[in-house]
Design a binder for this molecule. Structure first.
Ligand code: FE2
Length: 380
């Protein structure tokens, strides 16, 4: 039983659906009308601006008609009908997210236990089967990480991974870059340096939001890849050291890369990025491209460094990491605004050759959402 009541002198309504009551303001409802004069029937884009809605808009009459809510707006005198299901999926009269560092339900932070449920896809299947592609992209969106196996051992195959959901983002490193090391077989003592887990290119604004690393050769001893959920690390810092979390999110770090002729990339962004309402939206962490930090007041600098060290210790904690070795024809993908990656040291004979490229999370989320919609419609 759905009922509606006009409240606050017509400035809002209280809609009761299945025993729960949700309030909606008149101005919000009028702005979110779906009639043909407000929204373009084809693409759903809004045809009016807020200036076209009178100030002081009120609801003069309200009634429920089956699945529809009928509202009469004054002073326009316009009758508009609303799909109650649509209203229910856009409720805003709920408990507020008050905890700093909150995440939406679409995001699941993880630690080393993810090893048992890595979003894993078969290269050919995610290419040919929309349901398999939707499942894999959904995993990447949720965990910020995924792996594909069984792909071609062929230069440029990484572009076919980007084609699954979007477009390559070209940078000064090119459309793609080579991560190639020949281990010198005459010097078996040589050990390839491991790299601390990092996000790529924090000196860009905006950063590339997706990285793809595709393996073509990996016969050296070691050379595993490792990923760490920067969100899980930031949340652990928040719980272990709230003041440190606050410092790393309040003040901007600086990042810089000027390692080649004609390039001078600089950014000023916090290591832990929060939306104005406290949502955790980004992590930037990269010792190699961290520039001098000059935006932290003298009084806070030592504490800031202590927090930076603490976050680094959490990131280095094996309990937070997932380690795997890519075979030729396998690749992994990360949400570069969240998940850090690293290479373990390697040694012995053999070679390691990966190709990398950047792409974007918005395209990935869009492709995933559109696929899910299509699959749901086909199932109805
Ligand atoms: Fe990297």
């Amino acid at each position: 039983m759905t009922t509606v009541e006009i409240i606050e002198d017509g400035r809002a309504i209280a809609l009761t659906v299945a025993g729960e009551t949700y309030r909606f303001h008149a101005i919000w409802l009028r702005d979110n009308a779906w009639d043909d004069a407000t929204r373009a029937p084809g693409n759903g884009q809004r045809l009016i601006a807020l200036r076209d809605i009178p100030e002081g808009t009120q609801i003069a009459a309200a009634s429920v008609d089956g699945e529809q809510l009928q509202l009469n707006f004054a002073p326009e005198g316009r009758q508009i009908s609303y799909d109650i299901d649509w209203l229910m999926s856009h409720v805003y009269d709920t408990r507020e997210n008050t905890q700093i560092g909150w995440n939406s339900d679409d995001v699941t932070p993880w630690d080393d236990a993810l090893i048992d449920h890595i979003p894993l896809g078969d290269f050919a299947r995610v290419q040919s089967d929309p349901a398999a592609r939707a499942a894999w992209l959904g995993g990447v969106a949720r965990y910020g990480f995924g792996k594909l196996t069984g792909g071609p051992v062929k230069e440029g195959a990484l572009f076919q991974v980007a084609d699954l959901f979007g477009y390559v983002r070209e940078t000064n490193y090119g459309r793609h870059f080579e991560v190639r090391t020949e281990v010198n077989p005459t010097n078996l003592a040589y050990t390839g340096l491991g790299l601390q887990a990092h996000t790529d290119n924090p000196y860009r604004d905006p950063v590339p939001t997706v990285q793809i690393l595709y393996c073509l050769e990996n016969s050296a001893e070691g050379g595993e890849n490792m990923v760490v959920d920067g969100f899980a690390c930031a949340l652990r810092l928040r719980d272990e050291n709230p003041e440190g979390f606050e410092l790393l999110s309040r003040y901007c770090a600086r990042f810089e890369y000027a390692g080649e002729d004609g390039v001078c990339l600089r950014s000023r962004r916090p290591m832990i990025e929060l939306a104005p309402d406290g949502e955790l939206i980004g992590v930037r962490f990269n010792n190699r491209s961290a520039a001098a930090i000059t935006d932290v007041p003298y009084a806070d600098m030592e504490a800031y460094y202590a927090a930076y060290r603490h976050l680094g210790e959490i990131i280095d904690d094996p309990a937070m990491e997932v380690t795997f070795k890519l075979a030729p024809g396998e690749c992994f993908i990360v949400n570069n605004t969240r998940v850090l990656h690293a290479r373990k040291g390697y040694s012995g004979e053999g070679s390691r050759w990966l190709q990398g490229c950047y792409a974007d999370m918005d395209g990935l989320r869009s492709t995933h959402a559109a696929l899910v919609q299509k699959l749901e419609m086909a199932a109805e």
